[in-house]
Design a protein around this ligand. Structure first.
Ligand SMILES: Nc1ncnc2c1ncn2[C@@H]1O[C@H](COP(=O)(O)OP(=O)(O)OP(=O)(O)O)[C@@H](O)[C@H]1O
Length: 803
């Protein structure tokens, strides 16, 4: 059944050629016990390894059951070893970290025999070799003879056609040797058994046939056989080891070195711990920041002012260098800090990047048509003076809007009965929420304070320790129409009518009452109204409607000089500078009016007209989105207006809150990235460490690789075994890292809470945890894959020889 035809195997070591086999031709019967005898170095083992497919011949042919092996590929040889050959070695070659049954099952494991069948056959084989009572022991708990029996059982379990024994009794005492030889002779009754030995006594006593080797050639054959030509009846069943089998094998191996595995896993988990903590902290902080921002900034308005920048911050910074050099009066190609002993003239207005938003009536209409679901209210800041007169203790006085912090509160959009801005954001402390244009409110601070200047202007006792609400609620004013408030003088200019009494009592004047006292709600972070008196916008618009037709406005529209002072107008555009959060106040305008003194010169005609109520155009519009989410929709709505507009006619808004959010978000992301980069270094270190450890493991398991190969494992299977090992290590270190990180979040959170009062900042998101375990696994497998490949390439014969 097996025929060697002129097999040659030469070794060339440093130019020295050893002819291990020098033209061997021999045939073997299907059932016989052949002993190969010969002196040391005569080529016996080489011949056995070639027959067993562990080693490749240089020339000649080996024919098995009529099939030439010349065209065999690596996988055919693997299958051949697995299906056809059983090996028994001098040094048993059992895998020590596997149990006896698993050792016996190994060949069947490789060829994918079912679990139940495998076990049955293994037990049968173990019974055949007389080891039934020892099956629960580990290989190193057995005697030499018992180990060799396990090896024989393993060789027989897969029911091979050929049993190859290389000095099977070489390591055993005489009595045990006899038992083992009896066993092998028993096997040889229905198999081809080829046994290499240097012991002629054993050979003669047990073998049916003795083939003698010398210097790589056969010098005698006691019972030659001539193989008849046969048709090819040879069939191979391909081997394949599942990843699960590889996992089991590696898991068993890892179990034998628990300490080392734990240390390795811990070391390589440090990078994971670092990244997990950074992610959970930065994520946690971001959540806190976002929460703070949505809480506090949702009632932060989108602002549109008459004068604004016509570009967003990003383009600004891109262009700032250019702009700066332009402002320096030099072209951008010229240097900063020039050496010239001269100054360059430059016109700032030419380089101004200001954009004028022209609020047309259509735009205001467009704004107010916004979906009330997105915008709760809109606030208008106007520069109109409302000609306020107050009567206190029978005495009349003119009230400066600036002094009483006069500002309009945002107008509610949509349903009449929906909550007004004031109701949403302010608690009512006394009186009632204002309704209509004749009711005002006093806004006080969260500490119930009101600036002395406001109190004084209202004619209250600012020296007193406290002023009861009632006293404030009893105050009343009148807003006097322009025609009653201003009087024309003989000089052709207008002045405030000195007859307050007549103005106050005019039937056209509006009675105004302080209806309530309000204070910012505790859960509202930012409220826009400054401390002082707040009024409804409709008061201003009604006033303006009337004022547009008033004498002073008409006179001013015609005159090229300031109708109140007789002075000429300044040409420079006057832009109020104090436009902070609570600047609905008209204070800045009042300052500009300046009662005709020097400051008045800085006022333009437009500004004065606006102050007199000639135009309904607000100075600034604040839009209050319903919540943080609807803000984007509002911006979208505002952008839509600009779609078909020229640049000059476009209306640009400012979203200060978004600028802040982007800024903090960006900083957070940058910090996180830098920290992760640092932690990643430790991941790389652990990658290298894993590679080294796997390589060590490959060295340690060289023998096992040889055994697996002898049993028919493919290169792939060997790679799989080590990949499985690093897989286990990767999953383990990933899980360990995540577990440690999770535990660490508790002390970290208590430290952070003690420092910042923010609770539960560090939060390990499950998605991060799972991703990091995956990252750890993939990285570890990457680190171990090259050594695993190296292991697969190992020469089976050399691997078996290693100790
Ligand atoms: N990998 C190798 N590289 C170089 N020479 C080798 C190699 N393997 C075997 N040889 C040589 O081939 C010859 C045959 O070796 P082989 O192991 O087959 O002898 P053997 O008859 O089995 O000897 P022993 O009874 O001592 O085991 C020896 O001279 C040996 O040195």
């Amino acid at each position: 059944m097996l025929e060697l035809k002129d097999i040659k195997k030469h070794y060339n070591v440093g130019g020295n050629i050893t002819k291990a086999l020098d033209g061997i031709s021999v045939s073997f019967r299907k059932k016989e016990f052949v002993a190969i005898l010969g002196t040391s170095g005569s080529g016996k083992t080489t011949c056995l390894n070639i027959v067993g497919g562990l080693d490749a011949y240089d020339s000649g042919d080996m024919v098995i059951n009529g099939k030439s092996t010349k065209a065999f590929k690596a996988e055919d040889w693997d299958a051949y070893r697995n299906n056809t050959i059983g090996f028994v070695f001098q040094s048993y070659n059992l895998i020590s970290h596997l149990g006896i049954i698993e050792n016996v099952e190994l060949g069947m494991t490789l060829s994918g025999v079912s679990k139940h069948e495998k076990k049955k056959k293994a037990l049968q084989a173990l019974e055949q070799v007389g080891l039934k009572e020892h099956i629960h022991k580990r290989p190193n708990q057995l005697s030499g003879g018992q180990m060799q029996r396990v090896a024989i059982a393993r060789a027989l379990a897969n029911n091979p056609d050929i049993l190859l024994c290389d000095e099977p009794t070489g390591a055993l005492d005489t009595t045990t040797s006899v038992q083992i030889m009896d066993l092998i002779r028993e096997v040889a009754k229905d198999k081809l058994v080829i046994m290499v030995t240097h012991n002629p006594d054993i050979a003669h006593e047990y073998a049916d046939r003795i083939v003698e080797f010398k210097d790589g050639m056969i010098i005698s054959d006691s019972h030659p056989h001539v193989e008849q030509p046969k048709e090819d009846r040879f069939q191979l069943k391909k081997t394949s080891m599942s990843f699960l089998t590889a996992l089991k094998l590696s898991f068993n191996n890892i179990r034998t070195k628990k300490g080392r595995t734990a240390l390795t896993a811990f070391a390589s988990s440090i990078g994971i711990i670092g990244i997990a903590l950074i992610l959970s902290l930065s994520g946690g902080f971001q959540i806190q920041i976002d929460k703070f921002q949505t809480d506090s900034l949702s009632n932060f308005p989108i602002t549109i002012t008459q004068t604004t920048m016509d570009m967003d911050m990003e383009t600004m910074s891109e262009q700032s260098r250019e702009a700066r050099s332009e402002m320096m009066g030099t072209s951008s190609s010229e240097d900063e800090y020039p050496d010239a002993a001269a100054v360059y003239p430059y016109d700032p207005s030419k380089n101004s990047r200001a954009h004028t938003n022209n609020f047309s009536d259509e735009y205001i209409e467009y704004l107010e048509e916004i979906d009330p679901g997105m915008v709760s209210s809109v606030g208008y800041t106007r520069t109109v003076g409302l000609n306020l007169l107050m009567k206190k203790d029978g005495k009349l006085s003119s009230l400066s809007s600036g002094d009483i912090g006069f500002s309009s509160y945002p107008k509610t959009i949509g349903e009449e009965d929906s909550m007004s801005y004031i109701e949403q954001n302010y608690d009512l402390l006394a009186g009632k929420y204002p309704e209509g244009k004749n009711e005002l409110v006093l806004v006080i601070s969260t500490k119930n304070t009101v600036p002395i200047s406001v109190l004084k202007a209202l004619g209250l006792d600012a020296e007193a320790e406290e002023i009861p609400f009632d006293e404030i609620l009893s105050l009343s004013f009148r807003s006097v129409k322009n025609n009653d408030y201003y009087a024309k003088t003989n000089l052709g200019i207008y002045t405030i009518n000195p007859d307050f009494e007549a103005a106050y009592n005019s039937e056209n004047s509006e009675e105004l009452k302080i209806a309530g006292i309000i204070r910012q709600k505790e859960d509202v972070e930012i409220a826009v109204l400054g401390e002082g008196i707040a009024y409804a916008d409709v008061l201003a618009t009604d006033f303006i409607n009337d004022a547009a037709e008033s004498d002073i406005v008409k006179a001013q529209e015609e005159a090229d000089f300031n109708i109140l002072t007789g002075e000429s107008f300044s040409t420079a555009s006057a832009i109020p500078s104090s436009m902070g959060g609570s600047s609905n106040s008209t204070a800045s305008m009042m300052g500009m009016m300046g009662g005709g003194s020097g400051a008045g010169q800085s006022m333009t005609k437009d500004a004065l007209l606006s102050m007199l109520g000639a135009t309904g155009t607000p100075y600034m519009i604040n839009i209050y989105p319903v919540d943080f989410e609807s803000k984007e929709a509002v911006k979208e709505y505002l952008n839509t207006w600009n779609n078909d507009k020229e640049k000059d006619e476009a209306i640009y808004y400012t979203d200060l809150a978004a600028t802040m959010t982007d800024l903090t978000g960006g900083i957070m992301d940058a910090i996180t990235l830098v920290l992760i980069a640092f932690a990643a270094i430790s991941l790389v270190v652990s990658l290298i460490m894993i590679a080294i450890i796997t390589y060590t493991s490959v060295l340690e398991r060289t023998k096992e690789i040889g055994i697996l190969k002898a049993l028919g494992a493919r290169k792939k299977d060997i790679t799989r075994v080590f990949d499985a090992e690093t897989f286990i290590l990767g999953v383990f270190s990933g899980c360990l890292g995540i577990a440690i990180s999770y535990l660490l979040t508790f002390p970290i959170n208590s430290v952070i809470e003690a420092m910042t009062e923010l609770p539960d900042v560090a939060q390990l998101k499950p998605v991060y945890a799972i991703s990091l375990i995956a990252v750890s696994t993939v990285l570890t497998m990457m680190g171990g894959h090259i050594p695993a490949k190296m292991a697969a390439k190992k020469d089976a014969v050399e691997a078996l020889r290693s100790e």
